[in-house]
Design a protein around this ligand. Sequence first.
Ligand code: A3P
Length: 294
Amino acid sequence: MPVVKVKDDHGKTMTLREVEGCYLPLIRVPYDQEEEFLGRMDWTARPDDILICAYPKSGTHWVWEIVCMLLNGNAERIHLMKEMAMLECLSRSALDSMTSPRVLNTHLYFGQIPEDFRQKKCKVVYILRNPRDVAVSFFNHHTRLLDYEYSGDWHQYLPRFIEGKVDYGSWFDYVMDWENAMNRNQLNPTHVLTYEDLQKDCVKEVGRLATFLKAEGTASLYQDIVNQCNFKKMKKEKDPLEDATEWKDDQPGMYRKGIVGDWKNWFTVAQSDMFNTVYRERLKNTVLPAPYDQ
Ligand code: A3P
């Protein structure tokens, strides 16, 4: 996949991969990534596969961990990186060799997912998060992960985020694409949840997820899962799994703050007004379950 240096209006570049007109992150894998990625559309799904789908920085690690625990019926940590079950980081043989039920995750658009996942009616868990918090989280991700070679500041970054000059493109395009797909697509049973609802009442959300997955457990199991997936605990236990050398100052940053509303510490009033205008214009036809219009 061609490596591209995507420039913004300030002349700042971000190093990404471009494939089929989309930007992807530079993922380090020991096989021909382009060949595998381009061949993925005919990969074989299994009826009990679960796909966790979200724009980056929406809480994918958190939900992936919860879903794995629910399916395992216990609150034990999985000593695996979420990236090992990420569709766009896998080869066909790696996917085929995973044991069932496979809890996969992806930031791809609906149309980029192999067709067999639709035909086999695999369950989809779709996560939404306030795009302002997503922008702040992604900014920290882009400035701290060395592969991006990105040195813009927050003021230079926000327009880049809105335009989608980042891996997986624009948040607005992503959510509109998924919403259109969910309205059109009658095949995949889909459960929508938000990062904010998870923060507000995690036990309730774990219960809702369990019902959707037909993996119901006791109230005490749900509570144990919530405790195990607590942000501080996950940060402490997962950071060592990350390759510190990939991060600025050798400090892994996948688990940063884990709160709702950090955007208020970053957006100026002018940026907030501008973002609200863009939001209303770009999502005027949406029926998102949690409209983040302010
Ligand atoms: P912040 O950068 O705002 O802290 P993803 O997993 O999709 O990449 O999302 C990453 C975001 O989810 C980060 O947000 C990260 O800190 C947060 N996160 C990860 N695990 C979490 C948890 N257990 N509880 C709350 N937030 C979590």
